[in-house]
Design a protein around this ligand. Structure first.
Ligand code: ADP
Ligand code: XUL
Length: 529
């Protein structure tokens, strides 16, 4: 039996576990997956789809949900008979940008956890803020402007940090916290991301942030991969003292804390690798460790991403450059109207996924000229701080047109807005909950006009985390395995199982993409005037 590595993915709606087993020749296979949905397991927090509902543009989650989920998932794994003693190393993938605010008692409390009591009950006093702003928050526009002005304008912020200032990015959120509640900000001794908070619980001390998730903050110098003091100063006073230095992705950050050894049977020698964001983690989970293919994640957010050897910026300023766990870079475009927009159409008409699927297949490519702009919620691309679905040639009651319209719009928007990415994709690798849906993937293949490949799992972020744990573990033992080698067992090369563009549909979308862009431009111009 080979060594095992555990990836934990703390995403918007759930916490998931992925275990890989490694053979002597370093090849590995996925041997276990499980997931725990936040809404279903923790109804007492009143969250919906992982978020406190009805706060307008504010999107927060109580971090205690993520903490309770960690205990509950490990307990569930034990109950299923998983021997956690076999795990050699663990890495975490976290929803990006979300931040957790801790007071000065945190290091003491984390170092002294007793295995007889739950994590949540022991750490409830370590927060300087009870809820965490997450990536869906769109309420920090003023702070984005202030940071941008102070750093010389949007282009300068992008050149320095890899992205223009965005509402959901951690820097603008920290600035907002400092302005709204300066006393609580003052009492904050440490600021973590979701991807460094969970590892902090695992090692029993505050864990550092890696370049992959650090680049989602508007605080990290994207080329040097350390904090930019100019950006920190533009954000909030004393911020440097609240952040640990950025840690390289391939170096272990500690051993698992005795709490997890005693409570769940982990081996005391089990090592913890740095956490990173779910998109950087998916990048390596999908094997995107060199140019040529793109990844699309159809999770709560829809994202389009690709490996880059050097930073190259979106001229429109709508997308991002992040660090990649390989030590290089990645491009990323993110949409807020992803799964929840598809869910909203499905729920409106009371459809199952299989009904949704049948309609998508039945209605011809092009939706008889009917076009939707799918802004069920505020949007990131294009940047909109209001929700307003636009329907051209149909209304909200037309079931077929709405189902086809939402998916076509999402695919056409992702395709047209990722044209800036340096490499033209030859293949798309997909992940995320909705990547289980063939009809959605067929529409993707037709719109992008390239084959779409699925993995054995819909959670590349969790798989990527397990692979990162393995990579950092090898590195710490003086063995440098290439990312190509580590990720190759998971790359689906089988064209027979891929979704192939249909020539007629491809032609239709060739025309319709132009029409979609025209409608989008006209709508934005109308809203501006
Ligand atoms: P996250 O990781 O962001 O929490 P997931 O990747 O787990 O989210 O995706 C969750 C979403 O997957 C749900 O909101 C749901 O809309 C979508 N989903 C699940 N199954 C299907 C399906 N068969 N077809 C389309 N969408 C699906
Ligand atoms: C990426 C982004 C989302 C979150 C949640 O910039 O905001 O994809 O990582 O998954």
């Amino acid at each position: 039996m080979g060594a095992k590595f555990l990836g934990l993915d703390s995403s918007t709606q759930s916490l998931s576990a992925s275990i890989i087993e490694v053979e002597k020749d370093s090849s590995s296979r996925l041997v276990y997956e499980s997931s725990l949905n936040f809404d279903a397991h923790f109804p007492n927090y009143g969250i919906r789809n992982g978020v406190i509902p009805n706060l307008g543009g504010v999107a927060h989650t109580p971090p205690q949900v993520w903490v309770e989920a960690l205990d509950a998932l490990l307990q569930q794994m034990r109950t299923e008979g998983i021997d956690l003693h076999e795990i050699a190393a663990v890495a975490v993938s976290g929803q990006q940008h979300g931040s957790v605010y801790l007071n000065e008692s945190a290091p003491r409390v984390l170092a002294a956890l007793r295995s007889t009591e739950s994590l949540a009950s022991q750490i409830k006093s370590i927060y300087s803020r009870n809820s965490s702003p997450i990536w869906m928050d769109s309420s920090a526009s003023e702070e984005c402007r202030e940071i941008s002005d102070s750093l010389g304008g949007p282009a300068q912020v992008c050149e320095l940090t890899g992205s223009e200032a965005f509402e959901r990015f951690t820097g603008p959120q920290i600035r907002k916290f400092y302005k709204v509640d300066p006393q609580a900000y003052q009492k904050t001794a440490f600021i973590c991301l979701v991807s460094s908070f969970i590892p902090s619980l695992l090692i029993g001390k505050i864990a550092a942030i890696d370049p992959g998730d650090g680049s989602g903050m508007n605080l990290m110098d994207i080329r040097r991969k350390n904090w930019s003091h100019k950006a920190l100063d533009a954000t909030a006073p004393g911020l440097a003292l609240k952040l640990l230095p950025i840690t390289p992705s391939d170096q272990l950050i500690g051993l698992i804390s005795p709490y997890f050894v005693q409570r769940y049977g982990f081996n005391p020698a089990c090592a913890i690798a740095p956490g990173t964001g779910d998109n950087p983690s998916s990048l390596v989970g999908l094997g995107l460790v060199s140019p040529g293919s793109i990844g699309i994640s159809l999770g709560t957010s829809d994202t389009v991403f690709a490996y880059m050897s050097q930073p190259s910026f979106d001229p429109s300023g709508q997308s991002h450059v992040f660090g990649s766990p390989t030590g290089d870079y990645m491009s990323l475009s993110c949409y807020k109207n992803g799964s929840l927009a598809r869910d909203s159409v499905r729920n409106q008409f009371g459809l199952s996924w299989s009904d949704f699927d049948s309609i998508l297949q039945k209605v011809k490519a092009g939706n008889d000229g009917k076009i939707m702009l799918p802004y069920f919620d505020t949007e990131i691309i294009p940047r909109l701080n209001y929700a307003e679905v636009q329907r051209y040639g149909f209304d909200a009651n037309d079931k077929e047109a709405n189902v086809k319209g939402v998916v076509e719009a999402q695919m056409m928007s992702m395709c047209t807005h990722s044209e800036w990415m340096p490499d033209k994709p030859e293949r798309i690798y997909v992940t995320g909950g909705a990547s289980a849906n063939n009809a959605i993937l067929q529409c993707m293949a037709d719109v992008f006009a390239v084959p779409v490949f699925r993995q054995n799992t819909t959670n590349a972020a969790g798989l990527g985390a397990a692979l990162r744990a393995f990579h950092a573990y090898l590195n710490s033992n003086g063995r440098r395995a290439s990312w190509e080698e580590l990720s190759s067992p998971y790359i689906n090369q089988d064209l027979n199982s891929a979704l192939i563009p249909e020539p007629e549909a491809e032609k239709v979308y060739g025309r319709l993409k132009k029409e979609y862009s025209k409608q989008e431009k006209a709508y934005l111009a109308k809203r501006k005037s």
